[in-house]
Ligand binder design. Structure first.
Ligand SMILES: *Cc1c(COP(=O)(O)O)cnc(C)c1O
Length: 407
């Protein structure tokens, strides 16, 4: 008899985005003339930078010619892309990362979801609350958690992000082995300072733990004092892996390209056999189960690092940050407390009421779709997330309608 992985039965029905869609559709049906503005989902809306499009086209043409056709590429990604990443994203900023420590992939979602399988099932994990749901659910699937009750899984150390701690979790009081951190944060938009991140790196070194650092929103950081990479922090090369993505940086959500940095000095331990290279384990995993990103997509990603590509990608970020700034200004003027929106495309708003109630209020009174914070974890209750991914004109209109609805 074929049996299932019963850990899947522990998963909570991921009703967040389907419930948002259901309520939105229901409202639209009842109010067919109402124009609804969507500031809910974390997906970009603007097209790829022109430099990427041109490189993409050129690479497709190369695939049409005997002399330039390419089959399977190198497992870790083409050297041309890994070199550009190591140089521009790390070495130029004083972070010690070499091209052979970069693993190109088709998404940070897959990488953050897959990485846990190289570690033991009975390790202690620390997961933020609120959280990017992938980090939590992939560990539930792997059997690292007990059952769900009262809004939480057993056997997890939740790292709470609250107003009291400025949305930067405190170091855990207990022993943990694997730590998930994400900055700038999804969903809160909060950022971490160098000294706060240093404390996490020091903690990981003392405890022989490993930090999984999700920096998918790194390119939104404007404040020059904030770290863009965990590898700008002393000692991080021994205890951290970093995930990055071109999805939010350059509009690649539908094109698919990301990368993970696994330093050669990063170690994990076996009960009997001492220290093992995490890089070797991840290489083994990727070369067994993954067959690299398509050549044209890697060429398109490489173009982000050209002079025009960088300027065009930066213009995209600036566009969304202008939206974010407007959202934050307007919401604060209405007397609501917010975090994010300055170095992040997300604004996390204390709705002073139940998350779903506030969601319904914005939908019904202003025709604006947000994301209820409760869908990201217990600590998200009472909050909503507004995303800056839309046209400026729509954001202006949304804010005007929210102002009328709430004041
Ligand atoms: C959007 C996002 C990613 C990127 O995922 P891709 O699979 O590369 O598109 C990763 N982490 C977080 C927290 C995100 O919000």
């Amino acid at each position: 008899m074929i049996r299932i992985n019963e850990n899947y039965l522990k998963l909570q029905a991921s009703y967040l985005f389907s419930e948002i869609r259901r309520r939105t559709d229901e409202f639209q049906e009842a109010n067919p003339d109402k124009d609804i503005i969507k500031l809910g989902i974390g997906d970009v809306t603007r097209p790829l930078p022109q430099a990427c499009i041109e490189a993409f086209h050129r690479a497709v043409d190369e695939m049409a010619d005997d002399a330039t056709f390419r089959g399977y590429g190198p497992e870790q990604g083409y050297e041309f892309l890994r070199e550009a990443i190591a140089r521009v994203d790390f070495q130029d900023r004083g972070a010690d990362v070499s091209p052979n420590e970069v693993f190109v992939s088709d998404g940070a979602k897959c990488d953050t979801g897959n990485i846990q399988e190289i570690f033991a099932t009975d390790i202690n994990i620390a997961i933020p609350d609120p959280v990017y749901p992938v980090d939590l659910d992939t560990n539930v699937m792997a059997g690292r958690t007990a059952s769900f009750s009262d809004g939480r899984y057993g056997d997890i150390t939740y790292l709470e992000s609250t107003r009291e701690n400025g949305f930067i979790p405190d170091l855990p009081g207990e022993n943990v082995d694997l730590i998930y951190l994400c900055f700038p944060n999804n969903p809160t938009g909060a950022t971490i300072t160098e000294s706060q991140l240093q404390a996490w790196v020091d903690f990981a070194r003392e405890n022989k733990a490993l930090i999984l650092y999700d920096a998918a929103y790194e390119s939104f950081i404007q404040d020059p004092n904030l770290p863009k990479s965990i590898f700008e922090i002393e000692g991080a090369r021994e205890v951290a892996i970093e995930f990055r993505s071109f999805s939010k940086t350059a509009g690649f959500t539908g094109t698919r390209c990301a990368y993970t940095v696994v330093p050669k000095s990063c170690m994990a331990y076996a009960d009997k056999g001492g220290a093992h290279s995490v890089h070797d384990l991840w290489f083994r995993r990727q070369s067994t189960k993954f067959n690299a990103v398509s050549y044209p997509v890697q060429r398109a990603a490489e173009a982000i690092f050209s002079e025009e590509g960088r300027a065009q990608a930066m213009a995209l970020i600036d566009y969304y940050l202008k939206n974010a700034k407007l959202i934050r200004k307007e919401i604060e003027a209405l007397g609501y407390e917010c975090v994010g929106g300055e170095n992040s495309p997300y604004i996390w708003i204390d709705g002073k009421t139940d998350s779903w109630k506030f969601f319904d209020l914005l939908l019904e009174k202003a025709g604006v779709v947000s994301t209820p914070g409760a869908g990201f974890g217990k600590c998200g209750e009472g909050y909503i997330r507004i995303s800056a991914f839309n046209n400026y004109e729509n954001v202006q209109l949304a804010m005007q309608r929210i102002r009328q609805a709430l004041s």
